[in-house]
Ligand binder design. Structure first.
Ligand SMILES: CC(C)(COP(=O)(O)OP(=O)(O)OC[C@H]1O[C@@H](n2cnc3c(N)ncnc32)[C@H](O)[C@@H]1OP(=O)(O)O)[C@@H](O)C(=O)NCCC(=O)NCCS
Length: 158
């Protein structure tokens, strides 16, 4: 984990490019696959193994998120972020582009759009971030954006 701070660095120009769930162009699917391949185990909650290319394409086609974007900086894909159906946010940045303030800017852009309204019993009316317990970088990132403790989820894995 890098410990360098982004404070004092020039903010990069960040753009969000919408991911097409149907007829997804190869370059979008490949960029998402490359991100998954370098994702550290400490960041994973719901899966721990790398999907096959076909599984990956099927996942994209399943419309897994409410809004889903590739993050563009320096005219390159450097990460991806999403707003899930239950207002959960997720983000990943390629290692070589981390600690430049890109995740912070991308999440701020994502949250310019309001969260979906609350659905009693299933969806909060505000944004949430589900973070694996050891993922210090992500916790610090979301806390820096004003997120605070909301819920503790325990799992019984048999
Ligand atoms: C978490 C992650 C998205 C951060 O992306 P990033 O572009 O490097 O983050 P930023 O440069 O915008 O950092 C913003 C703040 O987050 C915190 N932060 C980010 N990376 C950190 C790290 N490695 N260690 C400690 N704090 C970190 C800091 O408070 C930082 O502010 P600072 O640089 O002024 O100190 C990136 O490390 C990543 O992709 N990790 C793997 C995937 C993942 O864990 N996703 C989150 C699951 S929801």
């Amino acid at each position: 984990m890098k410990e360098e701070s982004s404070i004092g660095k020039i903010s990069p120009r960040v753009e969000l490019e919408s991911i097409r769930n149907y007829m997804t162009p190869y370059h979008q699917a490949k960029a998402l696959f490359d991100l998954l391949a370098e994702r550290p185990a400490s960041a994973n909650i719901s899966h721990s193994t790398m999907p096959t290319w076909d599984e990956h394409k099927a996942f994209i086609s399943s419309c897994p998120y409410h809004r889903w974007f590739l993050i563009v900086a320096d005219d390159r894909y450097v990460g991806a972020c999403y707003h899930g159906h239950n207002n959960e946010l997720g983000i990943a940045i390629l290692q070589q582009y981390q600690r430049r303030g890109i995740a912070r800017i991308a999440l701020q852009m994502l949250m310019e759009h309001p969260p979906k309204p609350a659905l009693p019993g299933s969806r909060p009316g505000h944004y949430v971030a589900n973070i694996a317990p050891g993922n210090v970088a992500s916790m610090r990132l979301f806390r820096a954006l004003g997120f605070g403790d909301y819920q503790v989820t325990l799992a019984k894995r048999s």
